[in-house]
Design a protein around this ligand. Structure first.
Ligand SMILES: *Cc1c(COP(=O)(O)O)cnc(C)c1O
Length: 430
């Protein structure tokens, strides 16, 4: 049996002879890891959603130095269970409603695994032709799903690339010598999921020769649904567009999709040509070398997981997942509406509800922001759900973002009951 072999070799200090990529051992430990993760998903609701540990908790539990001798995975996984999981905030929990979703999926997970399995470094085409070509293909597929103008697709003279994060996209701006208008206003937009009208903004920017980048990090994916596509009206006037497939598009972190009308602007700012990378394919100018589209040289084969997600769920499946979340957010909104003590502060776009206990419900002129702050802390300290707040125009709101893949109606209903119970308890103290 595999584990006898491992224990035996550990005992005899003969582990150096064990190849760290031994296929049979990989199979054995890989299955063990999958079982561990499947059990985690199955039991995820037993853990407090927001980790309840105190800063520095882990140093008290782990040894001061790395082990001198090899340790078996069985023991390591026990420590994951006992020491790491308490310090995990469970983003995959169906009761996770904080920040923005990080919606995982089997396809995203397996795609990540496959990409890690190949462990290629596709900085240029020859570094792994499939990595480059698949990336260009899935970016065109996705661009078509979003009905982006063809000028953003390779087939129309533009092109797409998968980058690590949306925030990083425009760090190159100082190197391109062009002005970049960030249609970003992140604090406000991320707090409220408001969307700027793109057409008029692009018109003004054009007059001044300003580069317009549309950051649709959270909700861009929802625009594959015809009923949300209007949020992208006017995008044809922009120079670039991005959204995070790792937020609300069932692709594990990280996978930010960026399209440009004129990739040459990016390439002239970012390309590097050290001698070691020179090759015939590049010289032929027939290929994309994605290293020239990003700051770093190394890059992972991220297209594989996006490809698995698109193929495993299809346009219909993905649209249905997103619509399901939107409906659950509406459900939460209707529960709030039925209790006059609550108010929805911003109109609910997509699957995020911003609400608070209304000033009218709070006795004795207590500070309404302070009351809602206490309410949120009480909700999160319960461990039964996790939400975060935003402050917009001086108004403290609690945000409930539906988007965890495991979330069902019952979880949203329970979240509302929790909010209501905690609000009742707080109101009793006045
Ligand atoms: C989430 C979010 C970001 C952050 O995206 P990263 O890819 O993590 O940098 C940026 N902008 C908006 C509007 C967001 O919602």
């Amino acid at each position: 049996m595999g584990d006898l072999k491992l224990n035996h070799s550990v005992k005899n200090g003969a582990v150096s002879r064990l190849n760290p990529l031994d296929p049979e051992e990989f199979r054995r430990q890989g299955h063990m890891m999958i079982d561990f993760i499947a059990d985690y998903y199955q039991n995820i609701e037993i853990y407090p959603v927001r980790s309840q540990v105190k800063p520095g908790y882990l140093r008290e539990r782990l040894p001061e130095s790395a082990p001198v001798n090899p340790e078996p995975l069985e023991i390591i996984l026990k420590d994951v269970q006992n020491d790491i999981i308490p310090g995990i905030t469970h983003w995959q929990s169906p009761n996770f409603f904080a920040y923005f979703p990080s919606s995982g999926s089997i396809a995203g997970f397996l795609g990540e695994m496959l990409s890690t399995g190949f462990n290629t470094v596709g900085f240029n085409w020859i570094g792994s032709p499939a990595a480059t070509e698949l990336e260009s293909i899935v970016m065109d597929w996705l661009g078509k799903m979003l009905k982006l103008p063809s000028s953003f697709l390779f087939s129309g003279g533009g092109g797409g690339v998968i980058v690590v994060t949306c925030s990083n996209n425009f760090r190159f701006r100082s190197r391109t010598n062009s002005l970049v208008l960030m249609l970003h206003r992140r604090d406000y937009l991320s707090s409220s999921t408001a969307v700027d009208p793109l057409g008029p903004l692009c018109d003004v920017a054009k007059e001044y020769g300003i580069w317009v980048h549309v950051d649709a990090a959270y909700a861009g994916g929802a625009c594959i649904c015809p009923e949300f596509r209007h949020f992208l009206d006017g995008v044809e006037g922009a120079n670039s567009f991005s959204f995070n497939a790792h937020k609300w598009f069932f692709t594990t972190l990280d996978c930010c999709c960026l399209w440009l009308k004129h990739p040459s602007a990016l390439i002239s700012a970012l390309s590097t040509n050290p001698e070691i990378l020179n090759n015939k394919a590049t010289e032929s100018k027939q290929v994309v070398d994605y290293k020239d589209w990003q700051m770093a040289l190394s890059r992972r084969f991220r297209a594989l997981k996006l490809w698995l997600v698109l193929r495993s769920y299809g346009v219909t499946g993905l649209g249905d997942f997103i619509r399901g979340h939107v409906k659950m957010a509406k459900h939460f909104e209707s529960l709030l509406a039925a209790d006059k003590r609550f108010e929805v502060v911003f109109p609910t776009n997509f699957a995020m509800v911003s609400f608070r206990v209304s000033p009218l419900a709070i006795p004795n002129n207590e500070d309404v922001n302070e009351f809602n702050r206490n309410l949120l802390e009480s909700i999160n300290a319960s461990g039964s759900a996790y939400m975060v707040h935003a402050v917009v125009g001086g108004v403290y709101v609690i945000r409930l973002a539906v988007g965890a893949t495991l979330t069902e109606y019952q979880h949203v209903t329970m979240a509302f009951k929790l909010v209501q119970d905690r609000a009742n308890a707080l109101l009793c103290t006045y």
